[in-house]
Design a protein around this ligand. Structure first.
Ligand code: KG4
Ligand code: ZN
Length: 360
């Protein structure tokens, strides 16, 4: 089936066009187009995402990105000359319009939901509207990893499950035990800040621009990760929960007490403390539940150091390491199409309204 997906939960206006097939046993995806219009530069000025600004930008960007998606097939002029221009050619049939309904910023989510309803009415009246969970987008993003795309047998035959998945983003840090693609449960999650949020806050302390994750990673490459010993909260706790606000506060106090500290060392040492915590807990879960794979997802999974650590440990343990390409870790609509497809295969439905606090 051909899916047009829309993602507007935070500060990326993203649309993607995918072909999906194979069902739950052998899901397979072909990306036709995947466009992300980032508002990061606009929010950077405020040091974080401003919900109403995000809404305004989504409203402006959605029609532009929509046209870009179909640009090759329909000259932009068609839309501009006639806003009621209808896509009639069956070659461009869309079977489903997937849209993120949550979690995220409520005003931002509504722009996507309303846009999905509008284009369905105007352009694709036969398409099904599918509300998708943003977290399931991250959860199933590994299905877009190069090794898995187009390999039907991978999910069916290979020894992927049980798997332990770490979803590490700007809003969430969750450890999940997956017995199959659709049978999963949370093992633990953060009790305060998400790890991506900690990267963003520490970046602010270091006067680096938003979003902070990639900036910290860049600066850390020039620093010594062993220069400062920052706390690794809850690393030895027997549960699978996380806590990152203490680490952020430790950086705050360190900078206050050492105004001449080398910023690169602070970034590198902070990054090491955060990564060590994530890796240690995930590995412990993988061992306890005899996981055949570790799966990594969410914006923080774009961090090369984190990916390297996981790859290394998985090789040592002779288990799979599964994670989509870097570009599918930070928010995009391709992962929303994947989540919508998996949900559609299960015949699950979601109400088409913004659900800011939706969970897994
Ligand atoms: O998944 P995502 O794009 O949005 C949410 O659903 O939250 O994640 C964004 C988060 C931000 O906190 C950002 O700083 C972080 O992911 N991030 C990174 C890196 N790239 C993005 N954190 C560490 N290293 C990176 N390279
Ligand atoms: Zn996300």
């Amino acid at each position: 089936m051909r899916i047009l997906a829309i993602e507007t939960s935070c500060d990326e206006t993203a649309l993607a066009l995918l072909e999906a097939g194979g069902g739950l046993k052998a899901p397979k995806f072909k990306i036709i187009k995947n466009i992300v219009a980032s508002q990061a530069a606009i929010h950077a000025h405020w040091g974080g995402v401003v919900p109403n600004l995000a809404k305004r930008e989504h409203l402006k960007n959605l029609p532009i990105v929509f046209r870009q998606i179909f640009n090759d097939k329909f000259p932009i002029s068609n839309f501009e000359k006639n806003p009621k221009f209808k896509i009639k050619n069956s070659k461009f049939k869309i079977d489903a319009i997937a849209v993120t309904v949550g979690p995220g910023l409520e005003p931002a989510l509504w722009t996507g939901v309303n846009f999905a309803k509008k284009i369905r009415k105007n352009d694709f009246p036969k398409a099904k509207l599918v509300g998708a969970n943003h977290l399931e987008g991250h959860l199933y993003s590994f299905l877009l990893s190069q090794k898995n795309v187009n390999s039907k047998t991978k999910i069916r035959n290979s020894k992927i499950f049980p798997a332990v998945q770490l979803v590490a983003s700007g809003g969430h840090t969750i450890l999940i035990l997956m017995k199959s693609l659709t049978n999963f449960r949370k093992l633990g999650e953060t009790r305060d800040d998400a790890v991506g949020e900690a990267f963003d806050k520490v970046a602010r302390l270091l006067k680096l621009p938003y979003p902070g994750g990639p900036e910290i990673e860049k600066l850390a490459a020039q620093g010594d990760p062993n220069a400062i010993s920052f706390p690794k909260p809850m690393i030895n706790a027997k549960n699978y929960d996380f806590s990152f606000s203490g680490l952020k506060t430790a950086v705050l106090y360190y900078l206050r007490d050492h105004p001449r500290a080398k910023k690169a060392d602070v970034a590198a040492s902070f990054q090491k403390a955060a990564i060590d915590t994530l890796v240690s807990k995930t590995l412990r879960a993988a061992k306890e539940f005899k996981a055949k794979s570790i799966i990594l997802s969410g914006g923080v999974a774009a961090n090369q150091n984190l990916r390297r650590e996981f790859r290394l440990f998985c090789r040592k343990l002779s288990i799979n390491f599964l994670s989509a390409d870097k570009k599918f870790q930070t928010d995009n609509a391709a992962i929303i199409a994947v989540a919508a497809y998996i949900q559609y295969c299960q015949k699950k439905k979601r109400i088409l309204r913004a659900q800011a606090n939706l969970n897994l």
